[in-house]
Design a protein around this ligand. Structure first.
Ligand code: NI
Length: 201
């Protein structure tokens, strides 16, 4: 019963990323459903793996630099919450993992993360690597070709003929890499900072 409720929450959050309610707190049954090993390339071109971040909390967000809807709201929230934490933010590795590796090269990511927060780390990889990490975190990603005049059918608009619909949860993983909690799209910086103060110790 409890497991079914958790699954319903997950499906609702991930399929309607713009409809999440701020302040939703996941139940423990979600632990173990998100996360896993990854091998990716950071915005400086270095190969990294999940174990490189052990000892720090990973605050993970999946998105893409050309996103015009969800990422422009959520990434600044991450940045503001990190600033609000003060020195304790040093315990956190904030990760922006692209779900558009074709366009988000390390150079593109570097410009993007540097524009948002000095400590934000951009991660990209091969299509297979990104598909694997998205699977591990149960992030849906779907390229949507937009017919002329059909832009309102999707949450994302960036002026091109396609966009990527994607899940937009924030994940907080512990120093051992294990799942701690997640927050939905639309979470405020104050709320995120409160959660981080409570969890990052
Ligand atoms: Ni987005």
């Amino acid at each position: 019963m409890r497991r079914r409720a958790a699954l319903t929450l997950f499906v609702a959050l991930s399929i309607t990323p713009c409809a999440g309610q701020s302040g939703t707190s996941p139940a423990d049954p979600l632990a173990g459903r998100f996360g896993g090993p990854f091998r990716l390339t950071d915005h400086a071109g270095r190969r990294v793996r999940d174990t490189d971040f052990r000892g720090r909390y990973m605050l993970i967000y999946f998105g893409f630099t050309r996103c015009t809807e969800t990422c422009p709201l959520d990434v600044p929230v991450m940045a503001a919450a990190l600033d609000a934490l003060g020195p304790r933010a040093d315990l956190i590795a904030p990760l922006f993992i692209t779900i558009d590796p074709e366009n988000d090269t390390p150079d593109v990511l570097r410009a993007y993360v540097e524009g948002h927060h000095a400590r934000l780390i951009g991660l990209t990889g091969s299509e297979a690597e990104i598909a694997a990490v998205a699977r591990a975190y149960r992030v849906h990603r779907m390229r949507v070709d937009m017919p002329a005049g059909g832009a309102h059918a999707t949450h994302h608009h960036h002026g091109a003929s396609w966009t990527i619909s994607h899940g937009s949860l924030m994940y907080l993983m512990g120093p051992d890499g294990g799942f701690l909690t997640l927050l939905p799209h639309g979470t405020t910086a104050d709320r995120l900072a409160d959660v981080l103060r409570a969890r990052v110790v």
